[in-house]
Design a protein around this ligand. Structure first.
Ligand code: F6R
Length: 598
């Protein structure tokens, strides 16, 4: 979604901000812009399309030590230069992430005050309204304190005011960090924008106001200066670089074995370490897992694991539905929110609903200090580092790993897994990174070549394999734009099988021995109707047969963690198919990395 960077300091603001915007490209955007101050005059550069289009319009010989930049992912108003940020109205120039929900009402007020608005955006109205208040207040801090009672919705603003030399920022429900350098300071919507320059930052909380000078940062809350803890990013800059890979997605797929190994080393040294890191699950008799997209798919895998290993009922729901559902909480309910970014609007809203109902919450998050991570009763970090490709791979895999730790810990606490079973299971985890590595190195280019021209590709599986199918199908459609559906293998014949014709690709996943025979029968049903079957099967279940065209045999581990090896061929197939189709793999059309609006 939209990205923000602001800069004040010793270097050329235009260059630093352009560079920061390039680091934010991964979030997904359709236009970009920069505003700087030069000899006390605001200069604005905007373009539709990629940052390189913006660069063509900028005169980098212009000297400036202060400015703001933005990548826009259109919400209100189409993609054009007028709607892109920064907006300038009167004395105020700003960029904005979020949505001002009551913009229509504010617009009518501004029209009555003779404000001339040019764009279709809520942001220009917010800018105009801030100017309107500022013209009366003559003090930007007074104005920024007022907007919290006026603007409905969410916002992160980076603001320049005519005739002063400060950079201002404030936020509500849309993330913003204030980063500290040497004789220069920054603000940004997320870490990669400034990781190259500094790793010291403050997290701005809702309604706080930051005032940045090149050698000073002041943060105000309720009009009083507050001291905030200066935090350090623990991300390695390497995690935000491509390091020789053609795409971030491929790099991130390749990182998975090592990341899994380090999380296993942190959580699974022994039983005590695992239990110390986990909440006391004994007090819960039902679990709600709430998330969006791939994180939701991870939750579906988690359901199988927790129900199997901890004999506890789990309901999994998409956050955008959950937040508006009638919810049946009781005191023994635990709500688990899964989110890579920790900022997904619907997941955050669901977390808040659980908290309002006094229900315990547990977050599985990647981004340190994100809203979900900070607001949950307890947070487990998956330590994936920066995930840049819009399509998640490593974060999803680490979410599966964390869910397996939860199932294991819950099983131990509920006395369903004894010491000797724990030790046996641990041995499988020790083997896992090598098995994942073998999968990562598997060459799937030929299989991809056989199917990349197809218009429809189906994924089938049962139980945990169905949950994996959903993720495989999502990966494929989001980056290759091929229509794809995932189906529980047994459900196909209730309608969808009518779409199977000669050579329709069907990717069938079989890792669960308990329903092996049933799934194989379903695969035979599609094979006999001409489907081009690509079978992904665990080694211990593999038998010869005439019901598949391609076969990928994966090394078996344990049902707690089989999904971590089985998902890799699905990620690689999607990647190779998108590559053959020439798609923009890291930045698929219409998508955003962090979905901070409803
Ligand atoms: C798909 C993908 C999305 C995210 C979803 C939730 O590859 O990345 O479906 O999983 O938008 O995002 P987070 O995990 O940040 O809450």
């Amino acid at each position: 979604m939209c990205g923000i960077i602001g800069y004040i300091g010793k270097n050329n603001a235009l260059k630093v901000i352009t560079d920061g915007l390039k680091q934010l490209e991964y979030r997904g955007y359709d236009s970009a812009g920069i505003a700087i101050k030069n000899n006390n005059e605001i200069k604005i550069f905007k373009s539709v399309g990629k940052i390189k289009e913006l660069e063509k319009k900028i005169d980098y010989t212009i000297q400036s030590d202060i400015g703001i930049g933005h990548t826009r992912w259109a919400t209100h108003g189409s993609v054009n230069i007028t709607n892109s940020h920064p907006h300038k109205v009167g004395s105020i120039t700003l960029v904005h992430n979020g949505i001002i929900e009551n913009y229509e009402q504010l617009k009518q007020e501004l029209i009555k005050k003779n404000y001339q608005l040019k764009s279709d955006t809520d942001t220009e109205i917010a800018c105009g309204y801030i100017d309107y208040l500022y013209q009366k207040d003559k003090n930007i801090i007074t104005t920024l304190n007022k907007i919290k009672d006026i603007f409905k919705g969410s916002y992160a603003f980076a603001i320049l005011v005519d005739n002063d030399n400060y950079l201002y920022a404030t936020r509500k429900d849309s993330p913003l960090i204030i980063a500290k350098g040497e004789n220069e300071n920054y603000l940004a919507s997320d870490v990669p924008a400034i990781l190259k320059y500094t790793n010291q930052y403050y997290l701005l909380d809702n309604y706080e106001i930051a005032i940045l000078e090149k050698d000073n940062i002041k943060i105000l809350k309720d009009n009083k200066e507050i001291k905030k803890e200066l935090l350090t990013f623990n991300y390695n800059i390497e995690t935000s670089l491509k390091n020789g890979y053609d795409h971030f997605m491929l790099k991130e797929i390749n990182e998975q074995d090592k990341l899994v190994e380090s999380l296993i080393n942190i959580y699974l040294q022994d039983k005590k370490t695992l239990l110390n890191k986990m909440p006391d699950f004994k007090k819960y008799n039902q679990i709600h897992i709430v998330a969006c997209g791939s994180a939701y798919h991870a939750g579906l895998v988690g359901k199988y694991l927790i129900e199997k290993y901890a004999n506890t009922k789990v309901y999994v729901e998409v956050a955008s539905e959950y937040r508006y559902n009638k919810l049946f909480f009781d005191k023994k309910t635990l709500v688990i929110i899964i989110s890579q970014s920790g900022e997904t609007a619907d997941s955050l809203a669901s977390l808040r609903i659980a908290k309002e109902n006094k229900i315990d919450t547990l977050a599985i998050v990647n981004v340190y200090g994100s809203s979900i991570a900070r607001e949950a009763s307890k947070t487990l970090y998956i330590n994936a580092g920066c995930e840049i490709a819009v399509a998640t791979t490593k974060a999803y895999t680490l979410q599966l790993l964390m869910l397996s730790f939860i199932a294991l810990a819950m099983g131990i606490q509920k006395e369903l897994i004894d010491d000797s079973s724990f030790e046996d299971i641990k041995k499988y985890y020790t083997k896992l990174p090598q098995l994942m590595h073998n999968e990562i190195k598997r060459d799937l280019k030929n299989i991809a070549k056989n199917i990349y021209k197809k218009n429809n590709i189906f994924f089938i599986g049962r139980g945990i394999d169905y949950a994996l199918s959903l993720e495989g199908s999502l990966k494929l459609k989001e980056i290759s734009y091929i229509h794809s559906e995932a189906y529980p293998a047994g459900e196909l014949k209730h309608g969808t099988i009518s779409l199977i014709e000669k050579n329709t690709p069907v990717i069938a996943i079989v890792t669960d021995e308990n329903i092996y025979e049933k799934t194989i029968s379903n695969i035979k049903e599609v094979a006999s109707r001409g489907a081009y079957v690509i079978l992904i099967i665990s080694k211990h279940l593999d038998k010869d047969g005439d019901f598949y065209n391609e076969k990928i045999v994966i090394e078996n581990t344990n049902s707690l963690i089989n999904s971590l090896t089985a998902i890799i061929p699905l990620q690689l197939l999607a990647y190779n198919i998108a590559l053959l189709k020439g798609c923009d793999i890291d930045k698929p059309r219409n998508l955003a990395k962090s979905v901070t609006v409803e």
